[in-house]
Write a protein that binds this ligand. Sequence first.
Ligand code: AP5
Length: 210
Amino acid sequence: MNIILFGAPGSGKGTQAVVLNERLGLKHISLGDILRKEVKDNSPVGLKVKSYMERGELVPDDLVAAVIANHLSTEGFILDGYPRNVAQAEKLEAVLRNLNLAIDSFVYMEVAKDTVIDRLTKRIVCKTCGSVYHLRNMPPRQEGVCDSCGGELIQRKDDTPEVISNRWEVFLRESAKLIDFYDKQGKLFRVDANKDKDAVFEKIKLKLNE
Ligand code: AP5
């Protein structure tokens, strides 16, 4: 099974991808995580994408297409954060066709702007392993310390009010046509992502079973 998790920043794509990975054994491919690692490593790709990410803009399509192609799996995957526009979706289709693969489901996690702001301004992530927490909804056992690896918990650089607002605008600009693209293929599933983590997972599971 090959799934795309799509939704606004803070809709919970990464959170649900972790659960789906644990339950279904599908490879979790987070483009945001991959790009952040490139930036952290000061790699040639990282140097090119850094300023786009800091502003909350999309990185150019050709650049991210090359990056994602290196991470696809023939064993089943969850794509988190890719594609984000029709041009990326078309490039992805071409790559998958060559591998004799296809997308089975495009899960659109619908969320309100107020929810996004609350989730992202209170999100903390592990500097070492990338585990994600929320100060109120999903706090770590010990303040400031990652449950998984003991690493330091920090705020993401793009989780400032200004950058969150820009990411939301970018999402609104790009999303409608992409949703339509997968709707026409009969692969679109809408899920109310304002609910709590378990309720959202149950909804996704139900849709995938259908
Ligand atoms: P990326 O890292 O993908 O960021 P994003 O899309 O803005 O999404 P987030 O990671 O912020 O949110 P999420 O939906 O995963 O939510 P999460 O599970 O963490 O991309 C970053 C940047 O990389 C982009 O701005 C762009 O520059 C570049 N980029 C990436 N992909 C690209 C592409 N395809 N093309 C070009 N450029 C690209 O949850 C958020 C918070 O809410 C957490 O604190 C969590 O604990 C909490 N939470 C989650 N679910 C729930 C729930 N159900 N109830 C309560 N709290 C919840």
